[in-house]
Ligand binder design. Structure first.
Ligand SMILES: Cc1cc2nc3c(=O)[nH]c(=O)nc-3n(C[C@H](O)[C@H](O)[C@H](O)COP(=O)(O)OP(=O)(O)OC[C@H]3O[C@@H](n4cnc5c(N)ncnc54)[C@H](O)[C@@H]3O)c2cc1C
Ligand SMILES: *[C@@H]1O[C@H](CO)[C@@H](O)[C@H](O)[C@H]1NC(C)=O
Ligand SMILES: *[C@@H]1O[C@H](CO)[C@@H](O)[C@H](O)[C@H]1NC(C)=O
Ligand SMILES: *[C@@H]1O[C@H](CO)[C@@H](O)[C@H](O)[C@H]1NC(C)=O
Ligand SMILES: *[C@@H]1O[C@H](CO)[C@@H](O)[C@H](O)[C@H]1NC(C)=O
Ligand SMILES: *[C@@H]1O[C@H](CO)[C@@H](O)[C@H](O)[C@H]1NC(C)=O
Length: 618
């Protein structure tokens, strides 16, 4: 009898979990198909007027209450900062985010390009570029930025590369005490949970909220590793460890195959705290600053067609990212005098906000091959995803990452990074949001994801500099994003040297084994194939901003002509106001910026806790 009952229970349980699994597969299938349909019909935002659309002002501005800290923007840095501050029970923390909540869809790595064609992206384009972006209509490259809980970390490509020791040592040597590699390493370790054994554990963290995983089948790495060996590049275990030069499998911010972000790793687990108020769909339009005492005491924002004011007793902290933070500062009277005067904004503090915009530059070089990858039904891929495996956990099939210096073989800091991608069994649901010219569109259409391999080259320390300025004094308008791509001609020269590395890899026996043939940029065929002129033309048309914007609210000592915040991230000349996000990064990093964005949030939280005599736990 007992046995029978057990058996019946077993059968019921098994069928119900199988049923449930099928229902889940169905649910995800519908989720992705609906999102795809919506994305194809989506018209990208042209400005912020959607927030102002149904504004009802009949009863004036509504009071949202008083908090100790207000953090504007729940992106990679703001999520970490606000969550860490809320650990202090008697700190009342308000986190305001313009976008909606992240969800089951944003967790799927496969859909990341599609998210750019939804209101989870601000919809920015650069200003017309003089020396590049010719492949885009009007010479305006698209510039994706997350507008969702988790920020750009909820829509990004998930590669994890935290940069070279020398990058941070340079920050310190520029007059920013507390930011040398030895100073920041404990924070990099605090934020990480690295799922890897067999590595030198000295440099990594194993208990933090940000999961880092390899998850690349070893056999997929082997032949490209052999290609690198042929050109004399050694294989290394962990490019985020002691040694960065060489080639290794790529590390990504995924956990059980799903996206890990500031939202999933920090905000969700801590938002249950009674002293932590997370308010989404709240677009901050102005920082309230007392013009006489020059102290910030809160913000104005719009939510669901109402204007609100929230007050901050202790501090107002801006974490809107490298585009929105400088815009918000300028709209609030902090910025270059001439720029503010031009738009009739009363100047509270004259500071070089937006005068120094840095970014990486990248180019994809593709090869047609005779590799054929087996394909399965889409539902099969969803099943794999639900088990934390398969192609939906890695849209682009990125495999390896490698670092080089093109000018100086003995340099300890690289100037080039190359990411390698294999063909994918399923096509990307969509290309990234863009507005290509017919030529560039033609080129893109030649790329077959089932058979192509490709290399994405990043120039890590370009000399080019851009600017971030205002279009008007209204938060309805986007700011003007001039990335200044190739404004310094030396960057093309350096890039050309990096391309030659890829060309060398392309000619190795290992790569020739798959019959690889480089796909030409047909619009540059008036130049001799592989000549410098040919590649300069390719760069001018198809090179993109690296999506690693920084430095628009630069950290530096007072003597630095571009500095806006000090090494404690306080805005010069204004009390109770800090900036905590990638805008403060003083010089470019030899890696990808999500890790550094988390680091900045972690470090800032301790700087602030220390200022209020809270004992630190590191
Ligand atoms: C398409 C793409 C791919 C990328 N790929 C990688 C990668 O593979 N690896 C990597 O390490 N990095 C990558 N990055 C870069 C990385 O994600 C960003 O550098 C990092 O997320 C920036 O963090 P942040 O905190 O400075 O800003 P963000 O994460 O952009 O956060 C800013 C937040 O503030 C909110 N906000 C802005 N203005 C307001 C306002 N007025 N009111 C209220 N809220 C506001 C925004 O909605 C957003 O949530 C990529 C970025 C993009 C866009
Ligand atoms: C956040 O604060 C607002 C205004 O005081 C309040 O209406 C809202 O319920 C709070 N939300 C949470 C999650 O505490
Ligand atoms: C594409 O570029 C053209 C020319 O600059 C412009 O008129 C159009 O609005 C752009 N489309 C989008 C979606 O931005
Ligand atoms: C990558 O590895 C997987 C799992 O071993 C294999 O099925 C697939 O064919 C490999 N892809 C390529 C392009 O080598
Ligand atoms: C090359 O790098 C080494 C090590 O960092 C450095 O000492 C040297 O000055 C560099 N040489 C040049 C020409 O930049
Ligand atoms: C791919 O091309 C290479 C080189 O020409 C050849 O040796 C190999 O057999 C081809 N493989 C397939 C699967 O066709």
């Amino acid at each position: 009898m007992k046995v029978l009952i057990l058996f019946v229970t077993y059968v019921v349980l098994v069928t119900s979990t199988e049923e449930q699994f099928k229902l889940k597969v169905d649910y995800y299938n519908r989720l992705i198909q609906n999102a795809l349909k919506q994305a194809k019909e989506y018209k990208s935002r042209q400005d912020n007027s959607d927030y102002f659309k149904d504004i009802k002002n009949e009863d004036g501005i509504t009071d949202y209450g008083t908090f100790d800290f207000i953090v504007v923007g729940a992106g990679s840095s703001g999520s970490v900062l606000a969550s860490r501050l809320s650990e202090v029970e008697n700190f009342k923390v308000l986190l305001l985010e313009a976008g909606k909540l992240d969800d089951d869809l944003t967790e799927i790595p496969y859909v990341m390009n599609l998210l750019q064609s939804s209101d989870r992206d601000w919809g920015y384009y650069t200003t017309p570029q003089k020396n590049g972006c010719y492949g885009w209509k009007g010479n305006r490259c698209s510039y994706a930025r997350g507008k969702v809980l988790g920020g750009s970390g909820s829509i990004n490509y998930l590669a994890y590369a935290r940069g070279n020791k020398g990058d941070y040592d340079k920050w310190a040597s520029l007059g920013n005490p507390g930011w040398s590699f030895n100073d920041v390493l404990p924070y990099l370790q605090k934020l990480e949970n690295f799922e890897a054994d067999n590595i030198d554990r000295t440099y990594r963290g194993f208990a933090g909220p940000v999961n880092v995983a390899y998850k690349i089948p070893k056999e997929n790495f082997t032949w490209i590793r052999n290609a690198y060996l042929e050109i004399g590049v050694k294989t290394i275990q962990d490019y985020n460890g002691k040694q960065q030069f060489g080639v290794s499998r790529i590390q990504r911010n995924i956990k059980h195959g799903r996206r890990v972000s500031g939202a999933t790793g920090y905000v969700r687990p801590s938002s249950v705290r009674h002293n932590f108020n997370v308010t989404v769909e709240a677009f901050v339009t102005r920082i309230l600053i007392d013009a006489i005492t020059k102290s910030a005491n809160g913000v104005e924002f719009i939510k669901n067609g109402r204007m609100f004011v929230a007050k901050a007793r202790k501090e107002t902290i801006i974490s809107g990212g490298a585009i929105n933070t400088p815009q918000l500062l300028m709209l609030s009277g902090i910025g270059p005098e001439d720029e503010l005067n031009k738009h009739g904004i009363p100047v509270i503090e004259n500071l070089p906000v937006g005068k120094y915009l840095k970014d990486h530059i990248s180019l994809q070089v593709s090869y047609r091959t005779n590799i054929s990858v087996a394909t399965k039904s889409f539902c099969k891929y969803i099943e794999e995803y639900l088990n934390g495996e398969g192609i939906l956990t890695n849209l682009e099939n990125s495999v390896s990452i490698s670092f080089f210096h093109t000018r100086n073989v003995s340099a300890s800091v690289p100037n080039v990074e190359i990411v390698f991608f294999l063909p994918t069994p399923i096509t990307k649901p969509m290309p990234p949001r863009s507005n290509f010219t017919a030529d560039a569109q033609n080129y893109m259409e030649k790329l077959d994801q089932h058979t192509n391999i490709y290399f994405t080259i990043f120039l890590l320390h370009p000399k080019s500099v851009g600017t971030l300025t205002l279009q008007s004094n209204s938060p309805r308008d986007f700011p003007l994003i001039d990335i200044g791509i190739f404004s310094d001609p030396e960057d093309k020269e350096d890039f050309y040297k990096a391309i030659q590395i890829v060309n060398k890899i392309g000619k190795t026996k290992a790569v020739q084994m798959v019959d690889a043939k480089q796909i030409d940029y047909q619009f540059c065929n008036q130049f001799l194939r592989d000549s410098k002129e040919y590649w300069y033309c390719a760069l001018e048309h198809m090179a993109l901003p690296g999506m690693h914007m920084s430095s628009t609210v630069k950290m530096g000592p007072r003597r630095d002509p571009f500095a806006v915040v000090d090494s404690n991230l306080r805005v010069y000349g204004v009390r109770k106001l800090r900036v905590v996000d990638c805008s403060v990064i003083p010089t470019t990093i030899s890696g990808h910026y999500n890790g550094p964005a988390f680091l900045i949030g972690e470090k800032a939280a301790d700087i602030i806790k220390e200022a209020y005599n809270i004992p630190l736990q590191l």
